[in-house]
Design a protein around this ligand. Structure first.
Ligand SMILES: CC(C)(COP(=O)(O)OP(=O)(O)OC[C@H]1O[C@@H](n2cnc3c(N)ncnc32)[C@H](O)[C@@H]1OP(=O)(O)O)[C@@H](O)C(=O)NCCC(=O)NCCS
Length: 173
């Protein structure tokens, strides 16, 4: 990480924070944070976490986590053969992740991703999950996840996963 994000930013669950000025350059994600995230949270569909600048309270990024399930047959063969032969297996969905364009390129995307992985790993000790799954929106997002070791699903290359065993070995804080 390029600077000490932890001392300048905190990550907290969505509550009443002002999200109106957030701009990650992708209108669909901006709209999601402004209009849909609160509802998803209230309805138990996703938990949104916000990256907040400690001094200004500006929202610099966000991600969401949910439970999901994946079909065993959709997994890379090398992973599927290590799992019991259940038709579906439990996983954690990193549904959305974005950094405001004014805060890019200093390590905040990595800070958010590692926080999401760490939180997913901790939760998996109480509600089982064998991997974190993401659906990359485009080639750029896919490149970001590949950089951190995510593996593509063979038949759906924009869907990627990182096994919880790998996350556990990453020595996250
Ligand atoms: C993808 C995104 C989160 C990256 O945020 P960021 O704060 O600029 O990224 P960071 O500064 O933390 O980058 C961490 C590392 O990832 C690399 N990286 C960043 N974006 C990358 C990309 N698109 N492809 C490959 N690598 C990437 C950086 O070069 C850096 O590597 P380094 O430490 O070796 O220099 C941001 O560009 C974004 O919000 N994009 C729009 C939304 C989006 O595509 N979300 C993805 C899931 S839907």
């Amino acid at each position: 990480m390029k600077f000490d994000a932890q001392s300048a930013y905190r990550i907290e669950a969505l509550s009443g924070q002002d999200r109106s000025s957030f701009d990650c350059g992708i209108e669909e994600l901006n709209r999601y944070l402004r209009q849909q995230a609160g509802q998803d949270s209230r309805k138990g569909v996703a938990v949104p976490f916000l990256l907040v600048h400690r001094q200004t309270n500006v929202i610099a990024g966000f991600y969401t986590l949910s439970n999901t399930a994946v079909e065993l047959t959709a997994l890379p063969e090398s992973l599927a053969k290590k799992l019991p032969r259940y038709p579906i297996v439990p996983a954690t969905l990193l549904g959305r992740l974005a950094v405001d364009v004014r805060h890019r390129g200093v390590g905040l995307g990595e800070f958010l991703l590692l926080d999401a992985l760490s939180r997913s790993l901790a939760a998996s000790s109480e509600v089982a999950s064998f991997a974190v799954v993401v659906d990359a929106k485009d080639q750029s997002a896919r490149g970001f996840y590949l950089k951190f070791g995510f593996l593509p699903f063979p038949e759906s290359p924009n869907r990627l996963l990182l096994p919880m065993q790998t996350i556990s070995a990453m020595a996250l804080q």
